[in-house]
Design a protein around this ligand. Sequence first.
Ligand SMILES: *[C@@H]1O[C@H](CO)[C@@H](O)[C@H](O)[C@H]1NC(C)=O
Ligand SMILES: *[C@@H]1O[C@H](CO)[C@@H](O)[C@H](O)[C@H]1NC(C)=O
Ligand SMILES: *[C@@H]1O[C@H](CO)[C@@H](O)[C@H](O)[C@H]1NC(C)=O
Ligand SMILES: *[C@@H]1O[C@H](CO)[C@@H](O)[C@H](O)[C@H]1NC(C)=O
Ligand SMILES: *[C@@H]1O[C@H](CO)[C@@H](O)[C@H](O)[C@H]1NC(C)=O
Ligand SMILES: *[C@@H]1O[C@H](CO)[C@@H](O)[C@H](O)[C@H]1NC(C)=O
Ligand SMILES: *[C@@H]1O[C@H](CO)[C@@H](O)[C@H](O)[C@H]1NC(C)=O
Length: 922
Amino acid sequence: MTLLLGIALLALALSGPTVAFVPIGGGASTHISITGTALLQKVTETCRAVAEAAGHEFEPTGPSPEELVQACLGPTATGEVSGAKFHSALQEIYTQNGLIDRDFVNSAPHHFNSEAFLEGRGLITEGVVAIKANIGKENFKAARETLGRVLHTLQDFYSHSNWVELGYTEPYTNLLRPDLPLENLADVNTATCSDCASGTCPNPILPNILKEKKLTSGYMGIFSANKPKGKCSHGGAGDQTSTTVPRGGISKDERRSDNLAFHNAAVNAATAASLQLLDDIRLAAGNNDFLRMLGIARSSVVCFVIDTTGSMSDDIAEARAVVYEIIDSKKGTQDEPSEYILVPFNDPSFGPMIRTTDPDKMKKEISKLSATGGGDHPEMCLSGLQVALTGAPPSSHIYVFTDATAKDIYLKDTIVALIRSTRSTVSFFMTGAGGRKRRSLRASFQDYKDLALASGGQAIQVSKSQLPQATDVILDTSTSALVTVLQRARNGGAQEIFPFVLDESLKNTTIYITGTSVTFTVTNPAGATQNQNEASGKLGTIQTVGNLYRIRLNADKQTGTWKINIMSKQPYSLKITGQSTITFIYDFVESFGGPHPGYAVVSGRPQAGQPANLMVSVMGRKGPSSMAIGEIGLVTVSGSQSVSNGKTTDMGNGEILVTVDAIPSGEFVVLLNGTDKLSNSQFQRQSTTQMSVSKVNIQAVVDSSVEPGKTFKLPFSVMTQGSGGKYTISAKNDRNFEMTFPDSITLTTGQYTNATLTITPPANTPSGTDVTLTMEAKSSSGADSNYVVLRFSVVTKITDFVPPSCEVVGVLADDCPQDVSQCGPFSWELSANLTDGNGTGITRISLNQGNGNLTHTSLNDPVISANYTASCCSQIVELIAVDKTGNVGKCYHSIVRSAGPALTLSLPVWLCLVLSAFVARF
Ligand SMILES: *[C@@H]1O[C@H](CO)[C@@H](O)[C@H](O)[C@H]1NC(C)=O
Ligand SMILES: *[C@@H]1O[C@H](CO)[C@@H](O)[C@H](O)[C@H]1NC(C)=O
Ligand SMILES: *[C@@H]1O[C@H](CO)[C@@H](O)[C@H](O)[C@H]1NC(C)=O
Ligand SMILES: *[C@@H]1O[C@H](CO)[C@@H](O)[C@H](O)[C@H]1NC(C)=O
Ligand SMILES: *[C@@H]1O[C@H](CO)[C@@H](O)[C@H](O)[C@H]1NC(C)=O
Ligand SMILES: *[C@@H]1O[C@H](CO)[C@@H](O)[C@H](O)[C@H]1NC(C)=O
Ligand SMILES: *[C@@H]1O[C@H](CO)[C@@H](O)[C@H](O)[C@H]1NC(C)=O
C-alpha cells in the first residue's frame, strides 16, 4: 500500500512534451494508443466471433468505436445504439493506466524499473486474478479499473527493460504465467550498462549481457541518484540516477532519432503483450462477459427501488406492469434492457439486490414482491437506493417507488456523492401526502426532490390511482440512446423563455415539466405554438398527471431553435430529452507532473479557486471526425442562469481538454453544442449530474485487492484551501463491512493531514465481491465538504496458477478428402483428455475455434474426456478449459495439409506429426 501525493511531484519540472509510454500526449505511441489499439483489435475479433457463432456477418460501417458497437450488437439491433458506454469504458481503462504514473511514480515494480521483475510480475498476476474474479461477479467497473493499471505495468516492461535490446520481438509470455520461472535475470552485482556521457546512446547495454541474454531494467531515482554499481538507468530529466556513472538510460518511452528501432520494437511488443493479456481474460470470462466489461451491450438497464410496506400494493402492481411492458414491448430491439436490477426496501430492512440479465427471472422476482408490514414508519429508502447506485452500471436510470419519507436521511450526503460519481439519474414516484405518520420530522419529500435534481432525474408526485398514467416516463428512458438537450429548475415567480436546439438526429423528443400551477407555450422554429391546454396540437401531444406534464413532440418535428415560455408561481423543473447517437462523455480532470506528466480524473468535487479542467469526448454517428464542436461550458441548472464557456484543446484520440476559468457558483452541469457534419445540423446536449467546486481535497488511492478476513489499511490525506479547524470525517461502505477511522481531523489551511481508515471484510466474503467506500470530510460549520468514492475488490489469495492441461489422445481425419473443396459431406473427429491436476478444478470446457460439436464427460471427473466432431470444411479446432481461478488451458489442432503438391504420407506418420505439433503448443 503506497499513498503518494501529487504535491511534491507538481513541484518537479515538467519534462517537455513527452511522446511515448506516457499517459496522454500528442505523439504517436503512448500508453493510451497502445492500450487503445489492443482493445479495439480484441473487441473486433471478439465481435466477429460472436457474430459468426450467431450466424451473421460482422460488418462495421467504419473503424470508429461507435460503428464497432453498432455492428457488434448485430442485425437484431433495430434502432439506435449509443457508443457512449464503450467510450466511457475505454476512458476508464486509459485513466487508470495513466494514474500509475501519478500514484505509483516512485514504485519500481509498477514500472518494471530497478530490476523489480518478480514484484512487477506479481502485480500483473494479482491484477489478472482480481479482474477474472470481478468479471465472475459482474463487477465490471472494478475489472476495468484493474485492467487499466495492469496493462500499464505490462507495457512498461518493454520500454524499461532490455527485452528488445536482447533481440526479442515477441512478448515475454512468462510475465503472464506465474507458474513459469523468470529466468536469466541479471543479479544485483552484475554490471549491465556502459557509460553514456551524452545521455542518448544507441545501445549502452554491455556486450556480455547481450551475449548471455541477461534480463535487466533501468534504475529510476526521483528523489535520489543512487543505484547499484554498473547498472543501467531509466534516463530522462526526471531520473536522478541517469547522471551517476554509467550515465544515460535505456528507457524507450520516447521516440528519438537515436532509439527509433528500439522504441518501435518496444511499442510492438507492448501491443502484442497487451493483446495476450486481453485474450487470457476473454477466454476466462467468455466472449459475452468480456464485451459487457467493455461496455458493449445494449445500454438500457431497468433499475427499480421499491418500498414494500403495507400501503404500497397499488404501487408495486404498477411497477410490475411497467416491467412487464418494457420486457414485452422492447424484446428483440436495441432498446431491450441488457440488465434488470430490483432492490426492495421496508422498515427496518432493505435488499437484497436482485440483479439479472434474464427477463423471465426479473418478471418472476417482481411478481414475488408483496406489500407487508411497516406502514406507519418512514422507510429505509436511501439504504435501498445506495445499494442500487453501487450495484447498477454507471449512468443508469434508477426509479424509486415510495409513499413515505426516508428514515435513513443521514445517508443523504453519501447518496449525493454516489450520484456524482456514478452519474446515474434517480427519479422518484411519490404517491402520498409527503410522509405517512411523520415520525421522522427531519425528512420530507423535499429530500427526494433534491436528490432527483442533483442527479438530473425527476420527482413525480401523483396519487396512487394516477400512477399508471405517470410511468410512461420510465418507458421513455429505457432506450439505448437517451440524451438530454436541456434541463433547468426554477423557484417560480417571473415568466421565463428557454430556447433550445433540436437537431435532425433526435427522435422521440419529449419535454417534461414538473410543478404545480404551471402555464407554458412551446414554439417551433417556424413560429407554430402549442400551450398547456392543448392535449393534442400542432407540435405534439401533452399528457398531464399529478405534478407532471409530458409533451411528446411529433415525429416530424422541425429542426432548429425552439422556445418554451414558462410561467409559474411555484418551483418547477424543465427537462428535454430525445434519442440520438450524438452524445458526449466528460470527466473533471487535474494535471499532474513528474517524469510522466498527464491528467487524472478528479474523484470528488473539483477544487475551488482555480480553473476547472474537463476531458470531453463527443460521439457522433461516424466517430469524432463526423462532428464539429461549437462551445463547451458550465451552466447552472437552478436559480438565475449563468454560463461559462471554456477554452478547448484537441488532445487527439477524440478527446478535448476544456478549461473553464470562471466557474459558476453553486451547482452546475456541462452544456455543449456543435454541428453534425453528416446532416449539417446543429445540436445541443447537456449533462445531467450536477456538480460544484470545493475548497476541501481528499486524497486516497486503493492499489490492491483485499483478502477476506484480513484488515485492510487505507491511508488518506485531507487538505483545505479554506479556513482550517476541525473537519468531521464520515465513511460508509455498501456492504456494511467493519471499518475504523477518526471521527474528525484538524486541518491547517493549505496543508495535507494524514489519517488511516481500516476495513475488514468477513472471512466468508466470496472472491470477486466489490466494495464501494464513500468518504466525506466536512467543515464544522457544514459550509464546505468534499468526498471520495473508492472501489475495491475482495479477492481470495490464489496459489493455483497452473492452467488445466489438455492432451489430444486421438484424431480420426482419414475421411477428409485431399481436395478441400470436396469437404462438404465428410467429417473428422478428435478426442482429448483434460485435467486440472492438483488445481481448483475445471469449470468450463468450450470451443474457441472450430464450429463442430463438442461433448465431454462430467466436469467432476479427475480426467475429463472430450470428443469433437466437425465437418472436414472446418479444419481447425481450439479447445479451452477454464479452472475455478480463471487459469486457461488450450488445445489446438489443425488438419490443414501443407499447400502445394498433396503430401503422400501414410496415415500413422501424418497423425504422429500433427500430434507432436499439438503437444508443442502447451
Ligand atoms: C419512438 O418513436 C418511434 C417512431 O417515431 C416509435 O415507434 C416508438 O414507439 C417511440 N418510442 C417510445 C419509447 O415511445
Ligand atoms: C453554440 O452556442 C453559441 C451560443 O449559444 C452560439 O453562438 C453558437 O452559434 C452555437 N454553435 C453551434 C455550432 O451550434
Ligand atoms: C503523509 O503521507 C505521505 C505519504 O505517505 C508522506 O509522504 C507525508 O510525509 C505524510 N505527511 C505527514 C504530515 O505525516
Ligand atoms: C484418457 O483418459 C482416459 C479416461 O480417464 C484413460 O483411460 C486414457 O488412458 C487416457 N488417455 C491418455 C492418452 O492419457
Ligand atoms: C500434486 O500434488 C502431489 C502431492 O502434493 C505432488 O506430488 C504432485 O507432483 C502434484 N502434481 C502436479 C501435477 O502438480
Ligand atoms: C467419445 O467417443 C467415444 C468413441 O466414439 C465414446 O466411447 C465416448 O463415450 C465418447 N465420449 C463422450 C464424452 O462423448
Ligand atoms: C452436430 O450436431 C448436430 C445436432 O445434433 C447435427 O445435426 C450435426 O450434424 C452435427 N455436426 C457434426 C459435424 O457432427
